[in-house]
Write a protein that binds this ligand. Structure first.
Ligand code: ACO
Length: 425
């Protein structure tokens, strides 16, 4: 019996089966069960993939026990504190941090590609007032596949670069347009004199022919939020992107699917829900009542912004954001009921046995919502901000799958519990 294997014994008949263990460069090894059905005639069952590695990847590493997150081997605190979002996007897409010359070229390309085809405006015109910007954005990204159909067939690194840089550059413009359309506001075109993150804030806030001043502290905070969201290995939306990639769908259709998955309030929609929940709680004297509801097994109420499938000790992104929130609140002189309520919830949850014993700590969404509010970003745009950050990660994951030999279409099996064959009446 080889050492690097796992033996599975079927106690019903004593049959034993051996499966190889594949070692990771860092982190848990995996048992290769790709021949499990062939050998045993059974499927494995793992709802929500809590113990299943769905792919091999070089991009992002997370250790949920110690609260570690690395992009291509670089710690998240280094990326957030010393690098910009465009450094991060370049790193995810290309595997290495850019040289100054590469960064300058990438920055320029982002500016040049930031305009969207006027046809997209006609599409946006068709949406009703107050449509959610995530729905508009998902449709807009999907529509890009009609304009760049050639990206369906990518064979060279040059073709990949064109496709990926195009979508990373256009997402902030589409995102800002989504908001402006949802509110009936005039759309603002990108300003080529502004940097990536500044340009997005400008397109969100400006009015035609009006001077607008954006503070460095605001631009830096938003840029860091983008960086912290840039990738998070095989989360629900990335898995959606990879599933589409496995079918050879258009990459922008895959990104559109990722946007749909991210919208859910258990995923990227959580930061919007955090603010809605804080507003609902309303004042510090109501906090205890809602904490009790969160702990009550018979009440579906959950404390939004707490808990994470992978991080069971702390979310390293939340730690960085907490500092930014405190700085920003001081710099912009922001205070108010919402912050007081948030602080009380945070204090109770960090000390309460229910939350501590289940590893339910504030996640990235608990803090990002408050920061985005301080940046005057409306609630319905919070998940859209997440999309801007996550796009380079999705594209990097899409490409990693495309580079694989013998791509397997994502096609899980099931434990069938329906009727056995019925006699037709
Ligand atoms: N409030 C109260 N109780 C909670 C919460 C919460 N926010 N989250 C989990 N629990 C409890 C569950 O009831 C369960 O209790 P039990 O063991 O007594 O049955 C236990 O903690 C484990 O919860 P699961 O749902 O099994 O954990 P899972 O890993 O599947 O879920 C999730 C993680 C979806 C993030 C969950 O914690 C949650 O719903 N949190 C609130 C939404 C949120 O903030 N989402 C953002 C995640 S970060 C991101 O996507 C960027």
């Amino acid at each position: 019996m080889s050492k690097n294997t796992v033996t599975v014994i079927d106690n019903r008949n004593g049959n034993s089966y051996e499966f190889n263990i594949l070692d990771a460069s860092i982190g848990p090894s995996v048992v290769d069960i790709s021949t499990f059905y062939k050998n045993t005639g059974m499927f494995t069952y793992d709802e929500g993939y809590t113990s299943t590695a769905s792919c091999k990847s070089d991009i992002t590493y997370i250790d949920g026990e110690t609260g570690k997150l690395m992009y291509r081997g670089y710690d998240i605190s280094y990326m957030a504190n010393k690098k910009t979002f465009l450094d991060t996007a370049f790193l995810l897409l290309n595997g290495d941090l850019p040289t100054q010359e590469e960064l300058d070229n990438f920055t320029l390309e982002m500016k040049k590609r930031s305009f969207v085809h006027e046809a997209v405006k006609k599409l946006f015109d068709a949406f009703p007032d107050r449509a959610h910007p995530m729905a508009i954005l998902s449709a807009g990204v999907s529509a890009l596949a009609t304009l760049y159909f050639k990206h369906l067939d990518i064979n060279t690194s040059e073709e990949f670069r064109e496709m990926s840089n195009r979508i990373v550059a256009k997402i902030p413009t589409l995102a800002a347009f989504s908001y402006r359309y949802s509110k009936g506001l005039p759309i603002i075109y990108p300003d080529l004199n502004r940097g990536f993150t500044e340009n997005f804030l400008y397109m969100m806030r400006a009015y035609p022919h009006q001077h607008i001043e954006l503070r460095d502290v605001e631009i830096k905070a938003l840029d860091t939020i983008f960086t912290l969201h840039a990738d998070h290995e095989q989360n629900a939306s990335t898995t959606a992107v990879r599933n589409l990639a496995s079918t050879m769908a258009h990459p922008y259709a895959a990104i559109s699917a990722g946007i749909g998955a991210l919208w859910g309030k258990s995923h990227g929609g959580a930061n919007e829900s955090v603010i809605r929940q804080l507003e609902m709680i309303g004042s510090v004297d109501k906090v205890d009542e809602y904490i009790a509801r969160a702990k009550d097994k018979n009440d579906p109420f959950r404390l939004m912004g707490f808990g994470h499938r992978v991080y069971k000790n702390f979310d390293p992104r939340a730690t960085i954001l907490k500092d930014i929130r405190d700085d920003l609140m001081g710099e912009l002189n922001i205070s108010g009921k919402l912050i007081e309520v948030a602080n009380k919830i945070e204090h109770i949850a960090l000390n309460d046995e229910y939350f501590v014993s289940r590893g339910l700590y504030p996640n990235i969404d608990f803090y990002s919502g408050l920061i985005l509010q301080a940046l005057k970003i409306p609630k319905e745009m919070f998940a859209v901000i997440f999309v801007i950050g996550r796009t380079p990660g999705w594209i990097a994951q899409w490409n990693e799958l495309q580079q694989q030999k013998n791509i397997k279409i994502a096609r899980p099996r099931q434990l069938y519990n329906g009727p056995t064959e019925r006699t037709p009446k």
